[in-house]
Write a protein that binds this ligand. Structure first.
Ligand code: RBF
Length: 163
């Protein structure tokens, strides 16, 4: 994957050595969420997160991501949590409810807990747009979520060193 496949600056990714990253994946639209998961895992490994420090959990749908992330944060064993899901507008009248629920839920967790929860939920008009963002034409948002996790873990390290 070239640098232009990423929306973030990926020339300066902090090392993931010693980091523990939990990933929660929704089973809905599994073709897409598995592609996001593969992107996230390979990017974490490429940036030195050890395989045994990448903890993967599956939940039924995007709506369950908030609860799973909250449980992980409560037991305090991960430096960051990545949530991965796909909600496709054309396929669900629940689109707005699910999107709003998970966005607010994850935002709330980011306010309440010290470890970041990284938002890797695709909200697209159709399947093609989802595929484009899950390893297709527009890169892989799972990989970008992994980079965001590494950057936020590094941010927290910087902050705690300043104390
Ligand atoms: N979960 C998703 O991750 N993506 C979806 O597009 C999606 N569409 C749904 C549509 C309906 C009508 C319902 C009832 C659920 C949908 N879900 C979807 C599942 C949802 O995230 C959750 O797993 C269930 O609502 C159970 O809490």
């Amino acid at each position: 994957m070239s640098t232009k496949d990423f929306s973030y600056d990926n020339t300066n990714i902090p090392s993931g050595e010693d980091a523990v990253v939990a990933i929660v994946v929704a089973e809905w639209n599994a073709e897409i969420t598995n592609a996001l998961l593969n992107g996230a895992v390979s990017t974490l490994k490429k940036n030195k997160v050890a395989e045994e420090d990448i903890l993967i959990y599956r939940v039924p749908g995007t709506f369950e991501l908030t609860h799973a992330a909250k449980q992980i944060l409560k037991y305090n064993f991960a430096d960051a949590v990545i949530v991965l899901g796909v909600v496709i507008q054309g396929e669900t009248r629940h689109f707005d409810f699910i999107c709003q629920g998970v966005t607010q839920g994850i935002t709330q967790l980011n306010i309440e807990y010290d470890e970041p929860v990284i938002f890797g939920v695709l909200t697209t008009n159709n399947m093609e747009q989802a595929r484009d963002r899950a390893g297709g034409r527009l890169g892989n948002k799972g990989s970008e979520a992994a980079i965001a996790a590494l950057k936020m873990i590094d941010f927290n390290l910087d902050i705690s060193e300043d104390e």
